[in-house]
Design a protein around this ligand. Sequence first.
Ligand SMILES: [Zn+2]
Length: 512
Amino acid sequence: MAQMRHMHPMVETYLQNLKNDDTGNVIPVKDQYYLGRLDMSDGPEDVSFVGQPGFGRRIVHKLTGIYSLHFLPMGFAQMVLLDTDFQKKYYNFTFVRREFLGEIRCLVIDVQPKEGQKVARFMGRIWVEDQDYNIVRFNGTYYPQPKMNFFFHFDSWRLNMRPGTWLPAYIYSEESNLKTGLSKTLHFKAQTRLWGYDLKGLGKSEEFTQILIDSPQSVQDQSDAAADATPVMAERMWEKQAEENVVERITKIGLLAPPGEVDKIMGTVVNNLLLTNNIDLQGDFHCRVLLTSPLESFTIGHTIVISRGLLDVLPDEASLAMVLSHELSHIVLGHRLDTKLAFNDKMFFPDEESFQRLDFKRNTADEEAADTKALELLKNSPYKEKLGNAGLFLKALEQKAPDLPNLIRPHLGNSFAGGKSIRMSSLLNAAPALDQKKLDQIAALPLGGRIKVDPWSDRVELSKAKPVALTSAREKMEFEITPFFPYLTRLSTGSAEKVALTTTAPSAPSQK
Ligand SMILES: [Zn+2]
């Protein structure tokens, strides 16, 4: 906790309300989304809020909300903490056994609050690594449940992010029959992720607005000769400057992953599209990963951005090519970025206003033009024979969109399935019928199965988990959230840069 006081990680909670369908399967019928920054910095105020009146509320005040608040009063962020005053005198401990979590040998201990305490305390099981005795996982709830409110059950995981330092990274929460008040029953599952622990130069929220981004260096690099730019070159440089300002800004605040391996994979697909269509872009293009869950993609100048959530659920490379071809078309067709962003002062705004201040939506005409162009690019590409799955993905998306508006809703770009229209509907129409019972028809994957985020550095990489054969249609879990089972590893004191993580549950369905 003392360490976290100086850190301001991003906190994202995505929650799906569940219902039993006609066949007895549990399906998501509604969803909620929250993204914010956790701030536990201001002194003794937050030392002991567990079980205090307004528990949950207090910590909620410490979240700088970016948007959407519906579920927030119940406070998922509280679940990063076991107890602010975790002492032997308050608890009974029962040793259970030794167990490995990943490569970490742990002591497994059951924990129960002693009788007769006025405040609610943790009740459940803890996993303690056997070198420095850090708690690396805890699973349970708080007890006793308050009269007017309630605590969820949670499974909270910490990763070894610096030598000797284990910090919260994943929390899974689930309730199947929680009575809340007279008639309401809560049935949901939720994933909370934390990242952006090492955002350099971020102190208080006010300071975010002082980041000065200008790029005389990169502008110089663009011009090949020591001469003034021609008008056309100047215009291109101006657009480039706007693009760089935005990309740098949203990287700094922890929304965009730094350049890395996943960008290169996307870049290969884009190159395949360019080469087979004989297109010379007149300049570079870049691909980057937005670190959030909602499914979206957009372009900033010549930078194509795809969200982690979208990369997770896409079933195969051809469907990735479909998404990229649409964004690439915006670039090929010369659809413009609002160059007011080339003025550095336009970047001075508080982080939590990012989604209001930055908007990469295109008008309908541009969107339709990009769709048409994208189909043309795909038709000449190596993906042309493999677009069946891409069409299935769009079908599944169309089917789920009404129930999962917070997942299938963009925050910075255009909607995938907005209102009546769905992107590239001709692909959708050409696809075979969706068949929930067919095990070999995978229209979309669950969330969290493909992309791993390093919560310390925000770097992303592809999950190395091996595909698992599905045993029933229930395991398809298209667009759904699942529990976390990270493979824990320990940093050796020598290699401070290496961070251990993986997010794939053993039961994750097969992926190609
Ligand atoms: Zn578009």
